[in-house]
Design a protein around this ligand. Sequence first.
Ligand SMILES: C[S@@+](CC[C@H](N)C(=O)[O-])C[C@H]1O[C@@H](n2cnc3c(N)ncnc32)[C@H](O)[C@@H]1O
Ligand code: SF4
Ligand code: SF4
Length: 402
Amino acid sequence: MSSRLTDSVPDGYSVSAELAEARSPAPPRLARATAENDAGCLGLRDFPRLVAVRRDSARRARLLTSPDLTYLFWESTLRCNLRCLHCGSSCEARSPVKELDTSQVLAILDTIAEDFDASRIFVSITGGEPLLRRDLFEVVAHMTRLGMQSCIVTNGTLLGRGEAARLSEAGMRTASVSIDGLSEAHEAIRGKGTYRPALAALGHALEAGFHAAEAITCVRPANLDSLAEIEETVRSAGATQWRLITIDRMGRLAGSTDEGMWLGPAQVRKLLDFVEERRRTLCKSGDSFDVRFSCGGFLGVRRELSVRPGDGQCFAGLCVASILCDGKVSACPSLPRSWAQGSALEQRFSRIWSEQFRPHREVAWRRSGACESCSYFSLCLGGGLHERLAQPEDFCWLDRQG
Ligand SMILES: C[S@@+](CC[C@H](N)C(=O)[O-])C[C@H]1O[C@@H](n2cnc3c(N)ncnc32)[C@H](O)[C@@H]1O
Ligand code: SF4
Ligand code: SF4
């Protein structure tokens, strides 16, 4: 089912909290932004940052009217060898849908290469666990032949020396491996015996000739106090960069109130302080190791460009699209399935991209609730899409910082 714009709220959007808020709109953001730690509170010394953030946001605003596909997710499968407690895709041993076969994947990629400049497209292969697909190496080689660059997002348990070498031969140069803490915290949500192979996978990627081996950490209360040690550990294992993300209430966690997965305002500030300090120190010392906070909603003028390098807000449907495992076309695999815009098995991918992404490129419906009167709307455009849809009561990063 494709999403369509109704009066103001697209299909698939969980409206209850939003409508409740819209009935009693919050006071304007600047009026509330008086507390010292309020991420929205600005002074004169913030002016240069405001100018830089405005410039950064302008690119995103331009893409609303002139979308430009440069980042493609391929959700290769929804099958997985693990059962992580936080899994946003609710992955199990079997897929709940009929997944694309090899020839279907290759044919969709061919149409994309015909209709777009493939050399500008970076494909992130995610899942489920991509290494469960036997044709992974063949598909990666095809992407390379078409001129696309590719990377794998993996739990690492199946990325041995042999697999890394085959991916490298197929032309892949970047691997992202999920490392959710030190051993105990990682295995508490990913399962026993998963930590060592995941750390080893970072080294296997480098040995095989990958240029970048990224560690990705979902930060939660159980690993927040070990960030410095996690950095040391992933670096010793071979990571060239480290991305810190927070957990969304989707998939297995949809509607969950499990506080063990969720950071409160003081913890969010601690996480952002850590990333900010590390980026500053690494930059000063000329260290090429990259630490950054993940993409998502606007973090405030002071934070936005200090915890990530720019272009960090949500680009779903603007330069980012996804081929889901059954051929449906969405903007980002983290959006609800109801936000898929059609199937690449039935229509040409480029047609779906150019004609059916209206909900992602319309901002009018996002001007509701707290966003309606927020002074930062032109910089933020109403938050990160997956966060807004997954947790409509909790998506604003200014509020999440307290
Ligand atoms: C869905 S997984 C697929 C790739 C691979 N199986 C893995 O675990 O890395 C992609 C990334 O999303 C992260 N992730 C899973 N559930 C999440 C959630 N509820 N919120 C935010 N990130 C999540 C994982 O930790 C992983 O880094
Ligand atoms: S987070 Fe990744 S490894 Fe864990 S169950 Fe989901 S898809 Fe599998
Ligand atoms: S999500 Fe963005 S636009 Fe909405 S209230 Fe927060 S900062 Fe303002």
